[in-house]
Design a protein around this ligand. Structure first.
Ligand code: GTP
Ligand code: MG
Length: 224
């Protein structure tokens, strides 16, 4: 189960002489799915605001972070861009799932095999004893290549409903339009990760014990 105490950038107990300064919470979100579906591009797009010039297969994991603000609280969204290739992930898998707060499953709308792999990715989560409280979302990427789509929105939505996940269709490359230059209904990459962060924040409100804080008092953070 996710341990929120481990998600602060400081020891969970500290000594103070006055009210402690606000701390930045970290939400750990893992992004998983077959190799080539665009996990690196999606996470890069969210954190760097653009599509990367060039990507190579991820080895192990790449970390990307972005500090966002929700209702006046600064939150660090830490994206774990995992490797899709078995040989590049096998020694890392247990680290992916440790204290994870949310899971983003990605498939490529132009690659039916990547959609058919989703049950295996869900099974991997189950094997790592991911709690039901950990939000999961489904992302169909590469919607800018609509003409080459192999996975319809209807089929994807049925799958998402069957697994109680929201579905987002998007493009890391061109989230505002399709390859004809027109507009489509793709979700914005930014909005997808912000949705996850909002959900986590509403699930995990920060409660600071604000008992009188004299010199030597211990301030602890706990989950409500
Ligand atoms: N047209 C299009 N191409 C994309 C999109 N997202 C990623 N790509 C391309 O798909 C290829 C694979 O993208 P990556 O982000 O490296 O894929 P990955 O899921 O991280 O792959 P692994 O690291 O091997 O697991 C690259 O050539 C990207 O340029 C997209 O939204 N649209
Ligand atoms: Mg990658």
């Amino acid at each position: 189960m996710a341990n929120i105490e481990n998600s602060f950038e400081f020891c969970s107990s500290l000594t103070c002489t006055s009210l402690p300064p606000p701390r930045t919470r970290i939400f750990k979100i893992i992004v998983i799915g077959d190799s080539g579906v665009g996990k690196t591009c999606l996470t890069y797009r969210f954190c760097a605001g653009k599509f990367p010039d060039k990507t190579e297969a991820t080895i192990g994991v790449d970390f990307r972070e972005k500090v966002i603000e929700i209702d006046g609280e600064k939150i660090k969204v830490q994206l774990w861009d995992t490797a899709g290739q078995e040989r590049f992930r096998k020694s890392m898998v247990q680290h992916y799932y440790r204290n994870v707060h949310a899971v983003v499953f990605v498939y490529d709308v132009t690659n039916a095999a990547s959609f058919r792999s989703l049950p295996a990715w869900i099974e991997e989560c189950r094997q790592h004893a991911l709690g039901q409280e950990v939000p999961r979302i489904l992302v169909g990427n590469k919607c800018d290549l609509r003409h080459a789509a192999q996975v319809s929105t209807d089929v994807a939505q049925q799958f998402a409903d069957a697994h109680s996940m929201p579905l987002f269709e998007t493009s890391a490359k061109n989230p505002y339009g399709n390859d004809d230059g027109g507009r489509n209904n793709s979700d914005h990459v930014e909005a997808i990760f912000m949705t996850v962060a909002h959900k986590l924040k509403s699930q995990k409100p920060l409660v600071l014990s604000q008992l009188p804080c004299r010199s030597g008092d211990t301030v602890t953070l706990r989950r409500s």
